[in-house]
Structures are given as C-alpha cells and as structure tokens.
Design a protein around this ligand. Sequence first.
Ligand code: 13P
Length: 250
Amino acid sequence: MTTKTKLIAGNWKMNGSLAGNAALIEILREHIGRPASEVVVCVPAPYLQQVQGLLAGSPIDLGAQDVSAEPQGAFTGEHSAAMLKDFGVRYVIVGHSERRKYHRETDEEVAAKTAAALSHGITPIVCVGETLQQRDAGRTAEVVKRQLAAVIHVNGHCISEIVVAYEPIWAIGTGQTAAPEQAQAVHALLRAQLHHAASEHAAGIRILYGGSMNATNAADLLAQPDIDGGLIGGASLVAPNFLQIIAAAR
Ligand code: 13P
C-alpha cells in the first residue's frame, strides 16, 4: 500500500455556467473542511478566471482540461501553458479519451502537451485507457502501455512530475465502473511500467482511476493498493456526490 496523498480531480468537461459554478464552489467550500487528499477542479477554459477567484483561500486547486503543445502564435482556439499559468492553474488533463477521439490526438501530441505543461510547472494528468473492443480483444495491456510509454521520457523532465489517470473508455459516462480488482490489475501494470522506467520514483507517482466513479463505489476503488485517487466527471458536478468521494479518499 502506498502512503502518498491521494488526488481527487473533478473534470467538469463542457459543463458549467457563471451562476452554476458559483453555486457549486460555494457548497464545496462550505463542506469540504480539511480534506485528507488533494482536490482539484478542472474547469472549462472560459471559467478559469472566475473559478480562480471562487477558490481563493480554499483547499481546492484549479485545473484545466487541455493545453496546447505550442508556446504561442497562430493556433486559433488553443490556449498555451503560459496562459493557464496566468490563472494559477496547477493541474491540466492531457490526452483525455474524448480529445483522442474527437480531436484525433495522437500519443505524440499528448507527449508534446505533457512537455508544454511541465515546462511551465503545471502538473499534467495524463489519461490512458482502452475501448471495450480493445478490452474484449485482450489488448488492454498493450494499449495502455503504449499510451504511457509515450510520456515516460519527456525531454528534460522526470516522470515523477506527472500524474497518470487510467480511464477505461467503456466506463466513462456509462455508469459501468471497472470493478475494483479489474482497475487494480491495470494500475499494477502501469506501476510496473513506471518502475521499469524509473524505479526510484514509481511508488510515488499517483495513478488515478476514472470512469463512473461515484459516491457509492469510490471507497472500494480508492482502497486498492495502486489506486491513488480519482478523475471524476459527472459526479464532480453534483456537490454532495463530489464531497462524498473526497471524504472516501484517505
Ligand atoms: P465520468 O465520471 O462521468 O464517467 O467521467 C470520467 C471521466 O472521463 C473523467 O475524466
């Protein structure tokens, strides 16, 4: 069992509004107390400034959902790591399966985004995960190992600076969670790969689970030896549910 501080990360995806964000953060602030884990909310880019203000003085960190691999320039619609830094962003999700799918992001692009975040002192939460088809074909290990391998040797940076998130695509937004043992088996594979790459750091790297984590299943998932936190979509939008997940992380 690892003893590192767990990380509970909410991924709001493309949800929120000025009024809704304020209401959600107000309830979180009121009830969060002193969490045993680190907590971050990864919000849509247009709300970074608003949520930065709402979180001031709270134990909740600010996160983003994507970052450009480019430092600046003619890349319409993109936002750079330096811009995220301007708003106090501490974590950024990279390589989420929705970006790999809808924006055709490749492992190479995910690695470049990881490097961009690291070079600005922002911790990337690098997502890996297999489709149901890949799982059924017995290809889970091959797929997640390939995705992790792409970010293991980011130039000039230590693997200990990243957070990994295992998100089986078949469990995202479907209500179908990986069983704790099923998730643990993949987390153990990822841990072994990290160990092979950097044995002195592997135990300290946080590997989050994501995919229909909720107030009911969080404790069992988070009790697994290689599950060091959660990346939570739908349940992070409902304050009592997110608070229950945070309470389950010790
Ligand atoms: P859900 O928790 O809604 O399944 O989403 C998981 C996810 O994709 C978090 O990044």
